[in-house]
Write a protein that binds this ligand. Structure first.
Ligand code: SF4
Length: 569
């Protein structure tokens, strides 16, 4: 099956295929999105207008179920930050697109009619089908309807009411390997871009497709074996298998960096009740649907995901991740895992980013719209979003808009995007990432919490953020999960051999760094063209003056260091 670029013009409702341009061939995922944005999208365009594109690009290694290496990148110009955006997710979308020979799917234009559509892709091409009857439905019900209509083996990328309302906290949900719509490309408002294109869902039927060919099957398989062994032997793998990303709850609190009550403290008195350890014990005791160890994609040996069930053994939501525990839990003063799980389901169903909404609700609590710790009130405010009330739309537009409308100054954002579950005054390297990443405040763009440094010391932070940002941009280009990195830490040659075995490319041991640097260079170029300057690579002023308990630290990495992050030549 020939690998091609697929374009879906949502205005004319046609789908066309074309050869992959030479300059795109050795790019994938995040780097390909940045390249296409530079090549085809005017940097100053309206993100929700006809000139922006929604770009769906599997990583370079996607297609062979190598453990944790089948991620999908979704991107475009962000309506939240106004800059480049790539948001990646696990699940099955990437694998199914690659099996249809799709290097990248580019959604173009905006329809003139107020009608909703499904884009259906299979081995014969693409077609549009009416979807007005799905308008207003949540992600879970829509998924059920589509699975009943098109069969259980399809992949789906879809939006909920948040994307339909073009809220800038809306993401694009992807099915996991068990057909749960739970792997969200959450960040940056890409669900709003899909909603502006009046696409409710992309249905991917790969039944006539096939795995991509291998240039050197022996080399590929031996590299895969080597990598998988390293991954399984790495001590961190067992921690993520047992506790998932929720393992970070105690760790972040221990560093004094868990966002608590709208980033007013770095420790949370209820942390033990919402820790990964507490969640594992709870899920094992409950049994039934509950499972503390679950894979989001076929072939993942780490299985950091989970299924959170209730006391009767019924599934509430899958998964509950640390970022949701941090932003919906500690940041709202909520120490009840069941309440967090129910709110998580609600946000998934609306197709909203739990980080952005958690931060917006924290700001709303500071403005007096809810008491910290009141989960019922938090749910009421979220139901305002579902109803599309003015307040709901404000909250659904994210923390920055909520802060402006409600007159709150303490708003945890960089480039207009909410910070994740690590306060940058206590974990300063991640603060450098929040400030300087072309993606805006995004922990996955360069988390530094595991670096062996004093996280409170402003020195060294620029360097560790730079290393982490380059590495992550490389992983996001390859389609590798952040935790798959444990398997490549000591054997970077495995990435070289996987690429050589798959494509026959003669790349060097430092291919990960090369891809990462190239990606960041392209992203910075797009943001520069969109009007970003050094003044945008800063954290909010209050974080440089307001001490964070318990260390009473402020963010004091010098601006000169922030300005040098991408200055590596
Ligand atoms: S480690 Fe977790 S997020 Fe990564 S691929 Fe596996 S289940 Fe998915």
């Amino acid at each position: 099956m020939e690998v091609q670029v697929w374009r879906a013009d949502v205005e004319e409702r046609v789908v066309t295929n074309e050869p992959v341009p030479a300059s795109w061939e050795q790019l994938g995922g995040r780097s390909l999105i940045a390249r296409i944005l530079l090549d085809e999208v005017p940097a100053t365009c309206d993100p929700l207008g006809p000139f922006n594109k929604l770009i769906i690009a599997p990583g370079l290694l996607v297609g062979h179920m190598v453990s944790s290496c089948d991620r999908i990148s979704i991107g475009g110009k962000s309506p939240l930050t106004g800059g480049v955006k790539e948001s990646n997710a696990g699940g099955s979308t990437g694998l199914k697109l690659v099996h249809l020979g799709i290097k990248v799917l580019i959604l173009e234009g905006t329809p003139t009619e107020d009608k909703w559509w499904i884009l259906h892709l299979n081995a014969n091409g693409g077609r549009y089908e009416p979807a007005d009857d799905l308008f207003g439905h949540g992600v879970y019900q829509t998924t059920q309807r589509l699975l009943e209509c098109y069969g259980p083996k399809i992949g789906i990328a879809l939006i909920g009411p948040g994307g339909e309302m073009r809220l800038t906290a809306a993401g694009v949900q992807n099915l996991d390997k068990d057909r749960e719509p739970s792997r969200i490309s959450a960040r940056g408002g890409l669900g709003a871009v899909m909603g502006a294109k009046r696409l409710k869902a992309i249905v991917i039927d790969s039944s006539g497709g096939e795995k991509p060919p291998l240039a050197d099957p022996e080399l590929f398989k031996s590299a895969q074996k080597h990598y998988t062994k390293e991954l399984m032997d790495h001590p961190q793998t067992a921690s993520y298998t047992n506790y998932g990303t929720a393992a970070m709850t105690r760790m972040s609190d221990g560093f004094g960096g868990i966002p608590t009550r709208n980033y007013s403290s770095g420790t949370f008195e209820g942390v033990e009740k919402i820790s990964g350890e507490a969640m594992r014990d709870l899920l094992l005791a409950r049994g039934g649907a509950s499972n503390p160890t679950h894979a989001c994609m076929t072939g993942c040996t780490i299985r950091c995901s989970n299924v959170f069930g209730d006391v009767k053994g019924n599934n509430i939501v899958s998964p509950v991740e640390y970022e949701t525990i941090g932003l919906i839990g500690a940041n709202l003063g909520i120490d009840d895992l069941d309440a967090i799980a129910h709110i998580n389901w609600e946000l998934n169903d609306l197709g909203l980013d739990s980080i952005e909404i958690g931060a917006a609700l924290g700001v709303a609590a500071e403005a007096g719209l809810m008491e910290f710790g009141d989960a019922r009130r938090a749910m009421e405010l979220i139901s305002e979003i579902r109803q599309g009330t003015t307040l709901g739309r404000v909250l659904g537009s994210g923390a920055a808009v909520t802060g402006r409308v409600l007159g709150v100054g303490r708003v945890p954002v960089a480039k207009g995007q909410a910070m994740a579950g690590y306060d940058p005054r206590a974990i300063k390297g991640t603060g450098v990432t929040y400030a300087t990443s072309p993606q805006g405040a995004d922990h996955t763009a360069g988390l530094t919490i595991r670096a062996k440094v004093n996280h409170l010391d402003p020195k060294e932070q620029m360097e560790i953020s730079r290393i982490s940002q380059i590495k992550m941009a490389g992983y996001d280009t390859l389609g590798i999960c952040l935790f798959g990195g444990f398997g490549f830490a000591k054997t970077p040659g495995s990435i070289r051999d996987l690429l050589k075995g798959r494509y026959g490319w003669d790349v060097g041991d430092d291919v990960l760094q090369e891809l990462g640097r190239e990606t960041l260079k392209l992203e910075c170029a797009f943001n520069q063209a969109a009007g970003f300057g050094p003044e945008d690579d800063r954290l909010p002023e209050w974080m440089t003056t307001e001490p964070l308990p318990p260390h009473n630290s402020v963010f004091d990495v010098p601006n000169e260091d922030l300005d040098r992050v991408f200055d590596w030549t």
